[in-house]
Design a protein around this ligand. Sequence first.
Ligand code: 13P
Length: 257
Amino acid sequence: MNGGNSLRTPIIIANWKMYKTRAEAASFCDAFLPLIADNNDVDAVICAPFTQLDVLQNRLSASNVAYGAQNFYPVAEGAFTGEVSLPMLQELGVQYVIVGHSERRELFKEDNALVQQKVKAAYTAGIQPILCVGERLDQREAGETIAHCAGQMLSAMEGLSEAELLTLIVAYEPIWAIGTGKTATAADAQEVISALRSAVAEKYGNTVADAVRFQYGGSVKPENIAELMAQPDIDGALVGGASLKPDSFAQLVNYQK
Ligand code: 13P
């Protein structure tokens, strides 16, 4: 079953967070690639820690799987101890980068202003940002989900060109569903993502709104992917825990089979 709008290619992204050694990343690729080799209907991406990016470059370059980073600092170079720049990621052939993940917002105090700067900088460097938005449980209970997520999203979209907006990927990840085993129901995820798409339409028009790819993230697993992807506005998934094992991530990428 092909979920979402057929004009938008489904995109399933692994977020490996702070997991895996280089050796484990290599053996993941060896096991994973044969399982999805004949799947050309879905964009598959692995976003790994910095130390694994050259391993992915070696293993994935000849495959139909892309790879990305999980962070960068939006300055070309300088005295920023511990940070990694976009030119450093370009050197490793990185095509995607996650921006605004709730773990970075909450644990590392990244605010909307920095997220906006990072989204623009990634585009300028030719690296596709995956913009994450999502509400805390207390915000959901207070009925603030859509206003909060739309606010995060629209602020991060400020200053983008039409060409950039057309390729945007937005991941809706309710914080209370991340790593908890509690998935938003497919209907809840559809409701929020549909409202986010409408907010894009209102500000930027239907052409942009129809082109932006929206993912759901938060306890996505082989058992719930098909129902999520069957929703008209859900074009993909951003996956943590269930992306760490080759079999399980392959089942997610192969959700149509
Ligand atoms: P889980 O799939 O482990 O809930 O993580 C979701 C997430 O944060 C992906 O970015």
